[in-house]
Structures are given as C-alpha cells and as structure tokens.
Design a protein around this ligand. Structure first.
Ligand SMILES: *Cc1c(COP(=O)(O)O)cnc(C)c1O
Length: 368
C-alpha cells in the first residue's frame, strides 16, 4: 500500500461552499481588484483581528518587504539576519541596499542585539530583523540601538501572524512590520502579504507605492510597483480569518504533543518559545544534536523514506547563497550560532489537519 505523503505544512482551506457567496458577490459587482470592497473589508478586519492601527494589503510578502524599504527611503547598509527565508535579504538587493549579516541568539535564533552595534557603519540606515518561527525578537533592545544611531527598523514578521507579547501585537514594534499570507503560512490568502503601519500618512504612501505611485488619475509621485491584492484573495482572507481560532487551537495541541513526547529523547531539543503571550505555532523546529543516533540529515532522510517531508528551515543560510557569500559579513566565523543552528535544525510537520496517528508515527520514528 502506497503511504500517504506528509509535508511540513498543508495549506488550510475552509469548506468550499463557504467561499461560494464571496465569489458570487465578485461576479455580481464585477470589481476584481484596485482596492475593491473585499480589499477594504479585509484591511479593516485584519486591523481588528491583529490589534493594529493600519494595514496595507499586498499581493505577496516579498513585494511588501521591498515596498516597506522604499516607503521609508532605506538606502546604504541594512543589518539583517542570515537565518531566514531568502526573500528577507533579496528585498534589500531589489532596493539596492547592502545586507550586513549579524549572528543570531542561540535561544530564539533571532538577530542578536548584542552583536548589532559592532556592525553599524556611517552607511547603516536600518535594521531588518525577522521574528523567526513566530518567536518575538528582543524588540526593546533593537529599538534602543535604533534610537541611539537613528536607524529605521522594519520587522519581517512573515512568521508572526497573530503573535502577541505582554504589550499586545508584536506587529506594533519598529517603524513597519511585514506579513506574508503565502499558502504555506499560518494564515493564507493563496498568495498575499501586508504591511502593518503606525499612522495613516505612512499607510497612504504605501498604498500609492503598491499602485505604481499613482495618487490620483493623473499624478504619479514615485516609481511604484504593482503589488495590489486582488478581490479573490481578499475575500478568501476574510473567510479564512473566521477559521483562525480552530486553526490556532489545533496547532497548539500538536505543538504540545510534540514537546511532551520528544522531551528526554537523546540529542533532540525542541526550540523553546520566545516569551510570547500568544503564540501561533507556525513551525515546529527541533535541533538534532550529536547525542542523537542519527545526524540531522540522517533523520531527515529516514523520515523522507517513510513519506514524511520535514524541512531544514533554515539551511543553507542566506549568507551561503551565491549572491551573498562574497559579502564580508557572510563568513561562518561571523555567523557561528546561525551556522550551528542551520546544521542541526529540522522543522517537523505541523498543520491543522495533521492526523493524530500521523503525528505519532513521526514521533515514533524519531524515538526508535
Ligand atoms: C514566506 C516568507 C517571506 C516571503 O513571503 P512571500 O509571501 O512568499 O513573498 C519573507 N520572509 C520570510 C521570513 C518568509 O517566511
């Protein structure tokens, strides 16, 4: 019997019949894009759900990152993490900025604030940290450095949908935060993304930039891009939002079961949560250390041979890709903690429809 393949994630899809009324409305009013009614409703609903003042929807997270940098006129050198999805640094290259990689903290695998200052030069204008796996960065320490050196802070919050710390949404930190609603993320609109911004004026600038720089029918104020979210994606997001409580509940259960079952397994460390008061359980990273009978890649292959497709997020490091590895900050010596994590990390399957017996099979394979 062919085994069913289990991937690291599976996109959440609400029942199809629930989406039909949205489609009928689009077919009736014939507004397909350009800040239509669903786009407007979705921005409002997201502000309420996330507890943030302003949201600008995007066609994907990468264009949102690029536009966030453009909106704040970030130039020169930008301090960022090598331990992320490649889009984080690619956004800098698209804006003609130079990424300067700084190592991560071993506990959270987020940018280590203690190492940022040494990387600041007269060309530095901004910091681009990532809330990796949805674990909040040390936002207070990062902001203190930014204030001291007059730097902008843009958070790549692609993993941090709905995450809260003691003061509320983590998306309130920094000058801007960027979300991704890609199919693989906790909350998806097939493709999609957003910028969370603190004030109406910044949102307006961002809205112009995502629509070619148009401010009205005849005036173009900047070389903007086309990064608008369509009505189909916005409508899907509105429906998806209603399902988030069950989605997060099921993810929390899977997370708790992994932690309970894998505690005490030789050489396996579950990455601790990073002090959030509300987590989204977007990933389930483990570190496979030398005490485990198999290497990380050995365990990865073993799971694969049983139809379980865990993923090595993040291996390789961004700094190892050809367009980055020549940078002075891209060396292994500069990025010891990130390199270490990249050699040991394995993200296990976690998604609402993951069956209990499938999760047990994964756990048993790691334990045996
Ligand atoms: C997914 C992701 C992105 C890119 O988002 P897209 O919507 O796929 O363009 C950027 N940064 C991080 C950390 C991501 O995980």
């Amino acid at each position: 019997m062919a085994e069913e393949k289990i991937y690291v994630t599976q996109p959440y899809l609400p029942p199809l019949e629930e989406f039909m009324p949205y489609l009928e409305q689009i077919w009736a009013n014939k507004i397909l894009t350009n800040a239509g009614p669903f786009h407007q409703q979705m921005e409002k609903a997201l502000c309420e759900y996330l507890g943030v003042p302003h949201v600008a929807l995007f066609s994907n997270g990468t264009l949102a990152l690029i536009t966030a940098l453009q909106a704040l006129r970030v130039t020169g050198e930008v301090i960022t993490t090598p331990y992320s999805f490649v889009a984080t640094a690619h956004a800098l290259l698209w804006q003609n900025c130079k990424p300067v990689f700084v190592d991560v903290e071993p506990r959270t695998l987020n940018l280590d604030p203690a190492k940022i200052e040494a990387a600041i030069t007269p060309q530095t204008t901004a910091i681009l940290p990532v809330h990796c796996y949805g674990n909040p960065c040390d936002t207070a320490a990062i902001q203190a450095i930014a204030d001291n050196y007059n730097l902008r802070v843009i958070y790549d919050a692609a993993h941090a949908f709905g995450v809260q710390d003691a003061g509320g949404s983590v998306l309130r930190h920094g000058d801007l935060s960027v979300l991704s609603f890609h199919a693989t993320k906790v909350f998806n609109t097939f493709e999609g993304g957003a910028i969370v911004c603190p004030d109406a004026k910044t949102k307006q600038r961002i809205d112009h930039l995502k629509n070619f720089g148009f401010v009205n029918e005849t005036t173009v104020v900047a070389p903007g891009i086309n990064a608008k979210m369509s009505e189909i994606n916005a409508a899907f997001g509105l429906l998806q939002l209603q399902h988030m409580p069950q989605v997060l509940q099921r993810r929390a259960e899977i997370d708790a079961h992994y932690r309970e079952q894998l505690s005490g397994v030789a050489g396996i460390t579950c990455l601790p949560q990073g002090g959030q008061t509300v987590a989204n359980h977007s990933y389930f990273p483990i570190l496979v250390g030398p005490d485990h009978p198999l290497s990380r890649d050995g365990l990865y292959e073993k799971l694969k041979n049983h139809g379980i497709y865990a993923r090595r997020y993040f291996h390789p490091l961004i700094a190892d890709f050809p367009m980055y590895r020549g940078l002075p900050s891209a060396t292994r010596a500069n990025l010891g903690q990130a390199s270490h994590a990249s050699d040991q990390v394995l993200c296990l399957p976690i998604y609402p429809k993951l069956e209990k017996n499938s999760q047990q099979k994964i756990i048993d394979l790691i334990k045996e």
